[in-house]
Ligand binder design. Structure first.
Ligand code: PLP
Length: 182
């Protein structure tokens, strides 16, 4: 009988079942949602001095990991429809940074309060400028955008299992990875 919940067989089973439910290639269990964003930023090649676009209306856990890497958050205001990142402001910010010779490394999109962001428009921008999306679905486990679960819509998705979230492991999180990309 293995009663451990923070490591061992149960965690492995949790990861496998979770990836199956959510529909991503992998779900990596970590100690917090913030850690999952931290890992997603590392895998997006964010280095000291880099810039990362981040929704401004959110919990600080969306932005703190940018600072863990000594990178710089560029905060983007929300749109009235979803209260999440505004695609128009996002594109304007990217254009502004490009005219200053800086290409942001990632876009952190949040589905705040379980409300999906305007993903279709954001994906278009991500594709056009070749900047990956990190989807902060910490508050959106089970939420869907056009029938697709939040957390599966970007390059990386993250979930939080902190005490105030949809499900809890007391403290915890997951990094959702779509592909087998190393
Ligand atoms: C809770 C939360 C996080 C961070 O999760 P932790 O597990 O507390 O580190 C990140 N973003 C949002 C929007 C959250 O609500």
């Amino acid at each position: 009988l293995d009663l451990r919940i923070s490591q061992g067989k149960k965690t492995e089973k949790f990861e496998i079942n979770f990836a199956k439910y959510i529909g991503t290639k992998h779900a990596v269990a970590v100690n917090s949602g913030s850690s999952a964003i931290h890992l997603a930023l590392i895998k997006s090649n964010v280095n000291p001095g880099d810039e990362v676009l981040c929704q401004s209306f959110t919990f600080c856990g969306s932005a703190n990991p940018i600072k863990y890497l000594n990178a710089k958050p560029i905060f983007i205001d929300s749109e009235p429809e979803t209260l999440n990142i505004c695609p128009t402001y996002l594109e304007a910010a990217i254009k502004d940074r490009l005219t200053h010779g800086v290409k942001p490394k990632a876009i952190i999109v949040v589905h705040l309060f379980g409300m999906p962001a305007n993903i279709e428009a954001i994906k278009e921008i991500s594709k056009n400028y070749k900047i990956p999306i990190i989807e902060d679905a910490a508050e959106a486990l089970g939420s869907k955008y056009k029938n697709q679960l939040c957390g599966t819509l970007g390059e990386f998705g993250i979930l939080s299992f902190n005490g105030n979230k949809v499900i809890t492991t007391s403290s915890g999180g997951a990094l959702l990875v779509k592909t087998n990309k190393e």
